[in-house]
Design a protein. Structure first.
Length: 242
């Protein structure tokens, strides 16, 4: 989707443990996943998309664009209207839910608001909003999707907060190197994704199993994984006690 003016919402996602995964299973195996499952999950999360029995996806004309490069995924909105913001929330939550509880890969993300320009034909993507989302994503010690201050300050955010009180919630732990507790998406909220039957606890267990296998004897990365999984499980159980 070409966007050349105005401000918009930009969400940045990162598949965690990607380098360890490459080392453990090889580039060809990881490429098969990215080309198949990840591409499917991205497209299936977009509004109006239709997934066919052969796992191909027909995309509808949408107000949400996307970029996928290696272990990074970006969604961006056509503008910063209430409608676009709420569509972004549905897309990002469904994508995160599907990746973690479906093919079971660890995923973390963040959303910001600001200038962002995109020309898919020229493969050109530039904007402060992308930088802000990227930086925030990397400061989370759990599988989370957090809101940048640039989003929280908007009336669109307050409207969504009032409308989705168990979907937009406060994190239980601060960002790394800070005392700030961000707002984030409750991506395991079954009330938002009634058509998704995946189990968050089982998905987290599968994510952890895959990650530990790839890490092998890397004690430093294993300690990071322990902390991420602890914080994530506490968050999921706190906001989804059922």
């Amino acid at each position: 989707m070409l966007v050349k003016d105005g401000k918009r919402f930009v969400a940045f996602f990162d598949l965690l443990g990607f380098s360890s995964w490459l080392e453990a299973e090889g580039s060809a195996e990881v490429f098969t996943y990215v080309r198949g499952f990840l591409n499917l999950m991205i497209r299936a999360s977009l509004p109006g998309s239709v997934v066919h029995p052969d796992m191909s996806v027909t995309l509808a004309t949408s107000e949400i664009g996307f970029i996928n490069f290696s272990d990074s995924i970006v969604f961006y909105s056509r503008d910063d209207s209430d409608a676009c913001f709420q569509t972004m929330l549905r897309v990002c939550g469904e994508f995160m839910n599907a990746v973690i509880t479906g093919p079971s890969r660890m995923l973390r993300g963040a959303i910001s608001h600001g200038e962002f320009y995109a020309d898919p034909d020229a493969n050109a993507y530039v904007g402060q909003a992308l930088v802000d989302a990227y930086r925030l994503e990397g400061r989370q010690d759990w599988l989370s999707f957090s809101f940048h201050d640039s989003v929280v300050a908007l009336p669109q955010f307050q409207s969504a907060l009032d409308k989705f009180p168990n979907y937009i919630v406060k994190a239980l732990v601060p960002l790394r190197g800070s005392t700030a507790i961000p707002f984030c998406l409750n991506w395991a909220d079954k009330h938002q994704f009634r058509h998704i039957s995946f189990n968050a606890e089982r998905g987290l267990a599968d994510c952890e199993m895959r990650a530990r296998k790839a890490l092998s004897d890397n004690l430093t990365e294993t300690a990071k994984l322990d902390l991420r999984m602890k914080h994530t499980r506490e968050f999921i159980r706190h906001y989804n006690p059922e």
